[in-house]
Design a protein around this ligand. Structure first.
Ligand code: R5P
Length: 311
């Protein structure tokens, strides 16, 4: 008989934690995840968690408060003698600086891995990391899920034909190829340059898009520059229609407007990050990853395989 499964959530994505809780039929652990008057994070777990298999659900999108909440919850859980603590991080923030490709830059993804481990995580469950080598930044077990099965199901229901899947940069070709294979589509990619950290320019499109229905697949939409400029270039080259899917809807200021004004017909995202209040776009649709995460939590708890959830 495995030890008791418990769920704890911070404030970064409470609606997702509630959905996972419903899927598993396990209530969220009673806790105060609040602030002291000066703004510092204050945590108090209000029930006994000694000896439990505890899953702490917290995405770490900006602001850094979300990360601090996760670290402080981990510390509280470790000191309260949870037997095993899994950090469930649907969106793993600070992942974009994942190698030292210029002088005087950090490897922030490695720093995050160190902080999360030091704070008390025994394992990590996450999804569509910005770069899969980040898995190796952790010296604790890490389960890495993909949103692909969810998006592929949505696209299959749309019954699109004459498809080509486009990777928004050469780094995305591997995943785009997996989509293309599953959808019976051809493959293309964008040669993208970044003149500045929050700007993107399309240099070339490698592959045939003329007369095709295009799906651009990416992990993150932040400013929306990558996706919308890519979509415009693809449309200029004669594509019939452009769809897009991005796992993590960071959607910083101006991104939704860019999507609205772009030739993208529909943009599918997941709920690893909640959409900011006030976002109201007919083009953006949210497909929930709650059941996938819930199932993965159940299997980790029951020591069963997680890899069959990849397809
Ligand atoms: C590559 O850098 C990533 O996969 C995304 O393409 C990028 O984070 C998207 O950023 P933005 O929306 O700001 O162009």
């Amino acid at each position: 008989m495995p030890f008791e499964l418990k769920l704890l959530s911070g404030n970064s994505n409470y609606p997702l934690a509630e959905k996972i809780s419903r899927y598993l039929g396990v209530p969220l652990t009673n806790a105060d995840v609040s602030r002291f008057q000066d703004g510092e994070v204050s945590i108090k777990i209000n029930e006994n968690i000694r000896g439990t298999d505890l899953f702490i659900i917290q995405s770490t999108q900006a602001p850094a408060e979300n990360l601090v909440e996760l670290l402080v919850m981990l510390d509280a859980a470790r000191r309260a003698s949870a037997r095993r603590i899994t950090a469930v991080i649907p969106y793993f923030g600070y992942a974009r600086q994942d190698r030292k490709d210029q002088p005087r830059v950090p490897i922030s993804a490695k720093l995050m891995a160190n902080l999360i481990t030091t704070a008390g995580a025994n394992r990590v469950l996450t999804m569509d990391l910005h770069a899969s080598q980040i898995q190796g930044f952790f010296d604790i077990p890490l389960d890495h899920l993909y949103s692909a099965p969810i998006f592929l199901k949505c696209f299959a229901q749309m019954e699109l034909s004459d498809l080509v899947v486009v990777a928004p940069d050469p780094g995305g070709v591997h995943m785009a190829r997996a989509y293309a294979k599953r959808l019976g589509a051809s493959l293309a990619f964008i040669d993208k340059r970044r003149p500045d950290k929050d700007r993107a320019e399309v240099m070339h499109i490698v592959g045939k898009v003329k007369g095709k229905t295009v799906i651009i697949q990416d992990d993150i939409i932040n400013t929306g520059e990558t996706l919308t400029k890519g979509a415009a270039a693809i449309k200029d080259r004669g594509a019939k229609e452009v769809y897009a899917c991005c796992t993590h809807p960071v959607l910083s200021r101006g991104a939704v407007e860019r999507v609205e004004e772009s030739p993208i017909s529909r943009l599918l995202v997941t709920d690893t990050i909640p959409l900011r209040k006030g976002i109201n776009s007919k083009k953006i649709e949210v497909a929930s990853i709650s059941d996938l995460l819930g199932e993965a939590i159940k299997r980790i708890h029951q020591e069963e395989s997680v890899s069959s959830l990849f397809y």
